[in-house]
Design a protein around this ligand. Sequence first.
Ligand code: NAD
Length: 265
Amino acid sequence: MKVEVSDCMSGLVEGKNALVLGVASERSIAWAIARRLAQEGANLALTYQNERLEKNVRPLAESLPGTLLLPCDVSDDVQVANLAQELQTRWGKLDILVHSVAFAKKEELSGRYVDTSREGFRIAMDVSVFSLVALCKSLEPLMGEGSSVLTLTYLGSERVVPNYNVMGVAKAALEASVRYLASDLGPKGIRVNAISAGPINTLAARAIAGFTTMLQRVREVAPLRRNTEAEEVADAALFLLSDLARGVTGEVLYVDSGYHVMGMV
Ligand code: NAD
């Protein structure tokens, strides 16, 4: 009998309080992580960016009984502060923070990086990088020994990927932030890590010009000769967010069918 890994209940995060930001649709990487955490017995809080996306996220949240649903546009300091206040009132402590949020204007995700606008650069860095710093600062009082923070990054931080442009530069800053945050929060026992996922067909990914070519290239040359599934990212996330990874912080873990090890691609 074939046992699906995702059918197993390990109890790794049983009873832990987990905040997941970044669910926009059922294809979102954040949604795969949220489902995995719920399946493993975590108490969940999901956020939505705005009223338009609330329509998508509310039914998903309702499909996981007991899930809190809260608003949070991460570019708004007041909303970030309100989120922390709400979790302080409801839970009092936070064990898991998943930051699966990024944004760049569509016009910045095609053509040449050298043509990036000042405003486009600012927005990409603010939403995709500073938001992690702001959330860690606001939620630090709720976190402590054994708490774990996870963000999502991509190989475009280290290599030039056509059209990824300012988002590659933002991901480089995000990965550096993971290291600085790990150093700042480590003395309190709070770990901070990232997963570098291979391309997955989501709303955010579809904004990148030529995205289907990226998917095809991975299938052709990655050691595993296939694309990454959101569920594979969620399984790795479960490891990093659980005590199994209690000795791991400041790390970037690749879940990309091995694509990043290849040289002549
Ligand atoms: P997605 O579109 O499902 O998720 C992106 C999320 O960012 C959405 O939920 C959106 O609401 C949120 N967001 C954007 N601006 C926001 C704001 N101002 N306030 C609050 N939330 C905001 O796409 P995804 O692919 O699941 O992206 C999740 C993360 O994974 C991103 O950091 C992305 O860069 C990263 N990632 C994606 C891939 C991929 O190929 N899909 C690969 C590697 C890394």
